[in-house]
Write a protein that binds this ligand. Structure first.
Ligand code: ATP
Length: 226
C-alpha cells in the first residue's frame, strides 16, 4: 500500500521557483526512503512542500487513506509555556489518541531517551539534543503510518541515535513508511532500502546506495559528497 505519493514541480522562495524543479516518487507501507544530496540541493524544500509549508507549488502530494503522519523537524519546535509532559498530553489530545496505554508508552520512551528527570521542565531550557528527543518521542507516540524526518541525527548522542534507529526500524516492520533526509550516509545506508539523490531540485539518481553510486559517477563533484 502506498503511504505517500509525491509529484512536485516548480517550487521555491520569493519569485524564484527553482529550488524544486521536478520531483516525483512514492513510498510504500514498510518502506524507508533516504533523501540525500549536497547542501542546497532541495531536500528541506521537498519536505516543506510535502507538509504544505511552501506557497505556489505545482503538482500534488497524496497520503494513503487514513495516513496519519508525524514530522520530526530539523529544528525542534515547542511551546515555551508548556512543560515536556504537557507537550506529550497535548499531542494525545490533538491526535485524538484514546486510552492510557499512550502514557505508559510515553514513560517508557522518556526512560529510553533519559528525559524522565526533565518531565516537568520547559523544553526552552533543554539542549538542542534534548529538544530533538522530545520531537522523536512525540512522533513515536502518535504511531503514524508515515514518518517525515529531516536530519534526525544532528545533535543526538550516540545512544539516542542507536535507540532512535531501532525504534524507527520497529515502526517500519509494523508497516509505517518513512522519508528521511540525512547527511549521515553510513548510518542511512544501514537503514534505508532506497535512496533519492537530489541535486539542483531534481532527482538525479534513485535506488540502493550501490545503484546511486553507480548512477552518479558521471558527476565527479557530486561523488565528493559520498
Ligand atoms: P541542506 O543539506 O543544506 O539542508 P537542502 O538540500 O535541504 O540543503 P534546501 O534548504 O531545500 O536544500 O535549499 C534549496 C534551495 O533553496 C537552495 O538554493 C537554497 O539557497 C534555497 N533556499 C532554502 N531556503 C530558503 C529561504 N528561506 N529563502 C530563500 N532561499 C532558500
Amino acid at each position: 500500500m502506498e503511504v505517500l505519493k509525491v509529484n512536485l514541480k516548480n517550487a521555491g522562495y520569493y519569485d524564484k521557483k527553482d529550488a524544486i524543479k521536478d520531483i516525483h516518487f512514492s513510498i510504500l507501507s514498510g518502506g524507508l526512503v533516504g533523501l540525500i544530496g549536497p547542501n542546497g540541493a532541495g531536500k528541506s524544500t521537498i519536505i516543506k512542500s510535502i507538509l504544505g509549508l511552501m506557497e505556489d507549488v505545482d503538482g500534488d502530494v497524496t497520503m494513503g487513506q487514513g495516513s496519519k503522519y508525524a514530522y520530526i523537524p530539523e529544528h525542534p519546535t515547542y511551546y515555551d509555556e508548556l512543560t515536556l509532559w504537557e507537550h506529550i498530553e497535548l499531542a494525545k489530545a490533538v491526535n485524538e489518541i484514546e486510552g492510557d496505554g499512550y502514557y505508559q508508552e510515553a514513560e517508557k520512551l522518556l526512560t529510553i531517551f533519559r528525559l524522565t528527570a526533565e518531565k516537568h521542565q520547559y523544553p526552552g531550557s533543554f539542549s538542542k539534543g534534548m529538544q530533538q528527543k522530545l520531537m522523536i518521542i512525540i512522533a513515536l507516540l502518535i504511531k503514524p503510518k508515515l514518518y517525515i524526518v529531516d536530519e534526525p541525527f544532528i545533535g543526538l548522542d550516540p545512544k539516542a541515535i542507536k535507540d532512535f534507529i531501532n525504534l524507527l526500524k520497529e515502526e517500519q516492520r509494523s508497516g509505517a513508511g518513512i522519508l528521511m533526509s540525512t547527511h549521515v550516509l553510513d548510518t542511512a545506508e544501514k537503514m534505508c532500502d532506497r535512496f533519492l539523490l537530489i541535486n539542483y531540485g531534481n532527482i538525479i539518481a534513485r535506488g540502493t546506495m550501490e545503484e546511486i553510486r553507480g548512477q552518479s559517477v558521471s558527476d565527479g563533484s557530486l561523488m565528493d559528497c559520498f
